[in-house]
Each structure stands twice: as C-alpha cells, then as structure tokens.
Design a protein around this ligand. Structure first.
Ligand code: 6R9
Length: 654
C-alpha cells in the first residue's frame, strides 16, 4: 500500500463514545457506574478533551434542543451550506401518521441548492482547492492516484457537460454500475451537478438484477467500466451490462447509451465486446469537454438519488432521497460521529453500491471538506498509530467482535462508532459520539440529534425503560427517504402502517437500564449477510425460477463470520430426484438472478414444507430446524401436516 494508507486516521462505517446520561424515556447511570464491571468503555480524557462533543452533558443539551426546536436546530446547521435561495418560511413539515392522510416529509422546501456545489465549489472557495479530496488505492500495489478538490471539480464538470451534451436533463435517471473507481464518485457528483437522479447499482449484482433496476427507473444512460479485477480474475462488467440492456430493451426501456470507462488494469479495449452506436469509451469523449460547468440549482425537495434495497417481497424497493435534508443530515452525522477534524484522512471500506458508500464515502465526507481514501482491493498491512476513530455498521456487532476491533485494530485507544441506520434513513440514527459517551461493547448507544427512537410492543404501544420490542422512529428527520420510487402506497404500507404514527424500521431492539439501545436484528423477512440486505422472497423467487424447483422457503441462520447465512428449503417437482448437480444449478440460479453474495450456503431438501391450514409457511419452525434447535420447535399442532417436520429433520444432513 502506498504511503497515505499508513496515515489512515479514521476507518469508516461509524465511531463511538461513552457517558452517563439521561435521555428520552430512559435515564440513567448513577455517579459510580463508569467501570468495566458494568461493561463500560470510557473514551480517553485526551480524546474527549479535543472532541466536538466532549461530555454526556453537552450531548444532552444539544439533543434536547434538537427535539424541542427542530426548526431552529437544523436551520442553524443548514446555514453553513450554500443555498441559492433560502427556505421560506417553514424549515420542515411532516405527516408521519397514515391515519391523518398521506405520509409526507419536507425539509427546507422552497430553498434551492446543489449538493455537488456544496461538496466541491464551496470547499474550493473556502481555500481548500489544493487539499486532497480522494486518495484512490487500486487492486495492485502501486496502482494509486489522488485528486485535489480543484481537480475533482474539473473532472466532475467534464462529465456533467458530457451528460448534458447527450441530452440528460434535470430529473432524468442515470444508472451507474461501477466498482470503487474514482469515476464512481465522479459520476455521482456529475449527476447531482446537473440535477439528474443517480441510481448506483452495486457491481456485484447480476444482469437480471441490473435490468430490473434499469427498467424500474427507465434510464436512458448506463455508466460502467469494461471490467474489474477481483484477485487474479477479471470480471467482465460490460458483458453483464450488455445482457441487462438487451433485457431492458425487450421490456420497452431502450437504453441508448452505455458510457464505458476503460479500466486498463483489468481488461484492454480490444477484448471488450462493443456495440457501435450505443457504446462510448469514457476516455474518448469526457476529457474533451470543458472543465467548468454551471450548476443546476434544484429545490431542496428535488430527488438526488434512488437506491434499490431489499424488502420482504420479491421486488426491490427504489428508496428515494431528496437533496436538501439529505445533504444537511449526512454532513452533520459524519462530522459528529467521526469527530471530524480537517487534518483527518478518512477511510470507509464500504462500496458506493450501498447506502454507506453514498452517505459516508461520497457525500458526508466531501461536504465536510474531508480527505477520503477510496479503496478498490484489500489492505495487506499498515500502521495503526494514527487511527483516531473506528466505525462499524450494517449488522449487530457482538461484544467479542467489538472487543477485537477495539483492542486489536484500535490498540484499545480508539473509540468505536457502532452506527445503526438504514438505506431509508439516509444517515446514522443511533450512534455513539466518540468523546461523549462511555461505550458498551455491542450497543449503538444513543440517538443522533433530532432522532426520536421508541420501542413499541406488538400493539404499537410505546414501552418505557428497560424493555425489548420493535424499533420505531417518531417524527421526521432531515435525512429520511421521501418515498419508494413510483410506489408511494407501498412506502406507506411497509413503513407507516404497521405501527400507525411511527416509522417502523423492521428491526428488533432492546433498551437496558442505562438507556443504551441494543439492536437485535431484523424482525421481518430480510436477511443480513455480511451487511448485505437480502429479502428471503427474492432468493425464493430465484430458486423457484429453476425448472426443477417446485417450492422454496428461505431463512437466515446465525453465522459466526457473516452474521447470518442463507439457508434454503427446496422441494423439487414430481419425478425429479435430489442430486448434487441440481443443488449446484439451484445455487447458480440465485447467483445469476441476484448476485454471488446472495447464494445460499445450504440447500435442505424438503419433500414438503411446514404450512398452516391456510397454506402459510411457518418460517419460525424452519428457522429452528435450520439452526439445529430441535427441542425448541414450539407448537406444531396448527400445521396442516405435522409429519412434514419429522421428514425435514431426517433430511437435515443430506
Ligand atoms: C446502513 C445499512 C439496514 C439494516 C438495519 C439493521 C442492520 C445496520 C446496524 C444494524 C445492528 C448496527 N444494521 N446497522 N444492526 N447494529 N449498527 O446497513 O443499511 O443496508 O439498508 O441495512 O442493517 O437490521 O435495518 P441497509
């Protein structure tokens, strides 16, 4: 790794802190509590002294203000950004309660701004044009580059001008299917500059998944690269895009342009399949365009991006984020959760194909004028002396993993921000503030400013104090998603109907006697494999598309390394018998339709599935069988055919 990796100061996905506080419904630590006995890890005095928020009291003051006077709190923060026109007069309006009509949030409505301007031009005007914005580390040692803020702006402007030249206008969707090259960030920022709506698709998704997303947002342009190197292998991304586009064309979405970056370290031009007229090499056109591009000022509530995520039905959801609130929220959460200092070099290991990459590789850090490491491959070895803050996100981190991260990676010195949030929330929701809180290994601690988490019971009643239940959020926050693209009804039904009056997160949660929040995982049919969100229904529909599969039921089981792994119960059609060949081809069906990351670890042959008399699969029982908890099967008397369970147990090791 080149020199700058030795100075990585904060790794990303989220940081931590410590403290005693009272908050929300909870309250809590007595004066004497701060010790290991209570499993508290205190931030060092040195750290706290220099931190943006350096005590529980300071947090509490800011938090209380953010709840009592959200308009004042957020408009003060928002004033640090450039707005062509200010919002007037309301800072926000919201209806979170389906019983009161259509759910709708608006922040800074009427104001006009541009996030690309705020991330680039504003920092350059403040004198930081020569500061490094991106350190890019390629797959191979020595394969690295860097861009200052001024250079990044020029590249963004050239692409923005090119996109305008080919007819992309404000509001048009642009699909980006790229690995972690600098061009991925450049593409996002170029779209934002001209008011186009980017939809980044993780470059591990299959052609079918990519096609599904292209069709849903009806894009005319796909930005990709010819190939990407994964270890010794080159993956022909352009080939995947070709299949996705032909699929889209068949469905009436005629993608007319495939802008392809030549990723020379992975594949040469000559070896790339090409369709004249539709395909264009990035390097042939983009550099010819002017390095200045006027900004398209957009309303704070104009869409910034779409990001598809898994839900509990087969069809991925197009989570839509708008401009103003998302900008203010990601910048602020980044600043406080990582205790950002201008001299920091910040590295987030996430891919921009997921929300973490959007909010905490691209927008949050650049809006703060930070120096960001973008990394395509794997780190072999680096010094950790300069690390200040560690972060974690995506799944519950158990106390022993937390301690390893803290003791080994952070030399028992760096606070960890274990940040809980979602694609839908735009930014961190429950997170330690390093320097403010004593941490508890495995707890995401307390809510960020302006966020009101509540725990509700099955009936949707808020429960207080030490308890567990369903995690919901009361009131809106600036970074909240505004709709599911093209399906506001599904947005309301999925998130706001289950517990009327609240946003339902889909997560289970408990709160301890000290008021700390502990996320316990999804309570719906979503599986979290190594931080990748996968709907059981998506995997099931990929399996049943196999001609020999009659029925499939997928559950998540605990996995030591991945958090959860995918376990599939499969019934074959009559007359076909189970074989290794069929097992492999079933797994291939999932890889082809979703992507390799969604491949089941286990296929469990199932002559029948446990169903209620009304035909509903009882996943509770399947989960127990999958995790070998056979003495905890519970009541099986409501099954249409209780014998099915014994059959499945007998086939456990096949
Ligand atoms: C940011 C992101 C969201 C789901 C979420 C929850 C799980 C995220 C977590 C966590 C425990 C944390 N999750 N952060 N669980 N502790 N710190 O991951 O977005 O891909 O939409 O996933 O991830 O289950 O509901 P997304």
């Amino acid at each position: 790794p080149s020199d700058h990796l030795r100075h990585v100061e904060s790794m990303a996905q989220l940081p931590s802190g410590a403290g005693k506080i009272s908050h929300l419904n909870a309250v809590i630590l007595g004066e004497t509590l701060a010790s290991e006995e209570n499993d508290l890890v205190l931030p060092s005095q040195d750290f706290s002294r220099q931190a943006l928020v350096s005590s529980p009291e300071q947090y509490r003051k800011m938090y209380e203000r953010s709840i009592q006077d959200p308009a004042g709190f957020w408009s003060e923060i928002a004033s640090q950004f450039y707005w062509k026109e200010k919002w007037d007069p309301e800072v926000y309006s919201e209806n979170i309660d389906v019983r009161k009509g259509t759910v709708k949030f608006e922040w800074f409505k009427g104001a006009s701004t541009n996030i690309s301007y705020n991330a680039l031009d504003r920092n350059i005007e403040a004198g930081n044009g020569g500061k490094v914005a991106i350190y890019w580390e390629g797959n191979e040692p020595g394969d690295d580059e860097q861009l200052t803020y001024a250079e990044l702006l020029e590249k963004v402007c050239q692409l923005a001008n090119y996109l305008k030249h080919v007819g992309i206008r404000k509001g048009d969707a642009v699909v980006i299917y790229l690995p972690m090259l600098m061009e991925l960030l450049i593409s996002m920022l170029a779209c934002a500059r001209i008011g186009a709506v980017h939809s980044v698709v993780f470059a591990g998704f299959s052609a079918e998944s990519l096609a599904q997303r292209i069709i849903d947002c009806k894009t005319k342009v796909v930005i990709t690269c010819n190939a990407v190197r994964r270890g010794p292998k080159a993956i022909h991304l352009k080939g995947i895009v070709d299949s996705a586009i032909s699929e889209s064309v068949k469905s009436g979405v005629p993608v007319g342009l495939c802008l392809t970056f030549e990723n020379q370290s992975a594949m040469k031009r000559e070896d790339t399949k090409w369709q004249e007229g539709r395909d264009v090499w990035w390097q042939d056109v983009v550099p010819q365009f002017p390095t200045k591009c006027a900004v398209e000022w957009v309303d704070a509530e104009d869409p910034l991006f779409l990001l598809y995520t898994s839900g509990s039905t087969g069809k991925p959801k197009g989570v839509l984020h708008t401009t103003g609130g998302y900008m203010v929220y990601t910048a602020t959460t980044f600043k406080y959760a990582f205790d950002h200092k201008p001299s920091d070099i910040y590295w987030c290991t996430a891919d921009c194909g997921w929300i973490t990459g959007h909010s905490y590789v691209t927008y949050g850090p650049l809006l703060n004028g930070a120096t960001v490491v973008v990394f395509e491959g794997y780190v072999t070895r680096y010094h950790r002396k300069s690390l200040r803050v560690l972060g974690s996100v995506g799944e519950p981190i158990n106390p022993s993993a937390w301690r390893w991260f803290y003791n080994v990676v952070g030399d028992s010195r760096c606070p960890i921000s274990d940040t809980w949030w979602q694609t839908e929330t735009g930014g961190f929701m429950i997170t330690p503030l390093p320097g403010a809180w004593p941490q508890k290994p495995g707890s995401a601690t307390f809510p960020f400013f302006g966020v009101q988490p509540v725990i509700v019971d099955e009936k949707g009643n808020e429960i207080e104090g030490e308890c567990s239940g369903y995690l919901c959020i009361k009131k809106s926050w600036p970074g909240a998603f505004r709709t599911l693209y093209g399906d506001h009804e599904r947005y309301q039904t999925t998130y706001f109907k289950p517990f009327a009056g609240y946003y339902f997160t889909g997560d289970g949660c408990s709160r301890d006697k000290d008021g700390y929040f502990w996320l316990t995982g999804r309570v719906d049919d979503v599986i979290n494999v190594s931080g990748h969100r996968i709907g059981t229904a998506e995997v099931e529909s990929a399996l049943v598309s196999h001609p020999h599969c009659a029925e499939a039921a997928v559950v998540g089981v605990e996995h030591e390394i991945k958090g959860q792994s995918i376990y599939a119960f499969v019934s074959l059609v009559e007359g076909v018998s189970y074989s290794e060949g069929i097992r492999k081809s079933l797994i291939l069906a999932v890889r082809n339709q979703i992507g390799a990351f969604a491949a089941p670890d286990k296929i469990h042959w199932a002559p029948g599935l446990p169903k209620t008399r009304s035909g509903k699969i009882m996943r509770r029982i399947l989960r127990k069988i999958a995790s070998g908890q056979l003495d905890e099967l519970g009541d099986t008397s409501t099954l249409a055919d209780p014998n099915v369970v014994d059959q499945l147990i007998a086939l456990s090791d096949c």
